[in-house]
Write a protein of this length. Structure first.
Length: 274
């Protein structure tokens, strides 16, 4: 009897925990949606704070160059190694240039750049806004009728939306160079033939798809970073900021993957592009 009661209590506690988690997710989704709508409204409302935008463009762009350089080159090298040994089974090594370029530009470049930068940019935004929330700077802005969304969220949202595609283009270029170097020096491919294959395989639509994905990923990273930072409980202090920062990186990572799936299904499955 005691065993049965204990099992029932265990099941009930598990179901309650799952229910609370689902409730928290739905509440967070609603709040994030409201923040997104508020951001779009404030985005179109003057005055436009260009100085704040320039600062954020610098923080997001210049501050991410070292991460993007490493990510791009290593992505190209790993892709070349994986592609070569698979294509060698079918005596199709000559197609490596086009395959690497296509994979990098349409999928690997945008998604890997976004995943890496979700940790750097998203966590940085959350830590900064969370610290402002804990030190009551955001409360002071609200008391003076200054919109935190206008002056804190909008510049970061625009900066991430602009810089993620640019950083992805840079990462794509480095990835193709990394793949080219690996293919030529490690596997003995002809330099000109590799470039010819890459050039003949890539179309304008492929470039646009990669840029569209990157822009969407930038919006996601900025929105989640800002939401997590603004949602910090001041009573939790530094611990709350740390938890929010970790949650921001993890949530951004998962949402970016889900958005990538939705975009792929929409672009290739519904629109028939690609």
């Amino acid at each position: 009897m005691r065993v049965m009661n204990g099992a029932k209590l265990l099941i009930m506690s598990f179901l309650l925990a799952v229910g609370r988690k689902i409730s928290d997710i739905l509440i967070g989704l609603e709040s994030a949606t409201r923040l997104f709508a508020s951001t779009l409204r404030q985005l179109l409302k003057p005055p436009f704070e260009f100085s704040l935008l320039i600062d954020q463009l610098h923080n997001v762009g210049v501050g991410s160059f070292s991460v993007v350089i490493v990510t791009g080159i290593v992505t190209g090298m790993l892709t070349a190694v994986g592609v070569y040994y698979q294509m060698r089974r079918f005596a199709a090594e000559g197609l490596m240039g086009g395959f690497i370029a296509l994979a990098v530009i349409k999928e690997l470049g945008p998604i890997l750049t976004a995943i890496v930068l979700s940790g750097r940019i998203g966590a940085s935004i959350t830590a900064e806004l969370g610290s402002m929330r804990v030190t009551e700077q955001i409360d002071a802005m609200e008391a003076m009728a200054v919109s935190p969304v206008k002056y804190l969220v909008v510049p970061r949202f625009i900066a991430c939306t602009i810089m993620l595609p640019l950083l992805t283009v840079f990462a794509n270029l480095l990835a193709i160079i990394g793949g080219l170097g690996t293919s030529v020096f490690l596997f003995g491919m002809n330099f000109r033939f590799f470039l010819s294959q890459a050039k003949s395989t890539i179309y304008v639509n492929d470039l646009l798809i990669g840029l569209l994905k990157s822009a969407c990923f930038g919006m996601v990273i900025a929105l989640i970073g800002c939401y997590k930072g603004l949602s910090v409980n001041p009573a939790e202090g530094a611990e709350g900021v740390g938890n929010a920062t970790t949650g921001s990186a993890v949530t951004s990572f998962m949402i970016v993957l889900m958005v990538d799936f939705v975009l792929n299904q929409t672009i290739y499955g519904v629109a028939g592009m690609g």
